[in-house]
Structures are given as structure tokens and as C-alpha cells.
Write a protein of this length. Sequence first.
Length: 60
Amino acid sequence: MSFECECGNRTAFFATGDRDENGREYIELEDDDRMTYMIGEDGLLFKCKFCGYVYRLDKL
């Protein structure tokens, strides 16, 4: 999976090969110098390290 910020910063997520007890595969950020993420009560927050813009992915 890939992600591009409004400023043009690009990063990607990759599968680690490890799975949880339900068979779901873990993913990690390709380059953590470009983006940070925070797990909140309502979902995930992604913050671009270049421009500081924050994106929110709501919990379903």
C-alpha cells in the first residue's frame, strides 16, 4: 500500500510476513522518516514529517 501527502511526500506500507492469532498480517511503514502514526481511541492519525499535515483514518 502506498500513501502520498498533499505536499508530495510519498511513503508505503509493506507486509512483514508475521500474522496475529486471527491470521491478519502486520504491516509497517516503509520509511518512518517521512511519516509518523498514532493510534487513538477513534482510529489512526498519520502525520507527514515534511509539512506537518495530519490525516485521520476513523475506526470502523
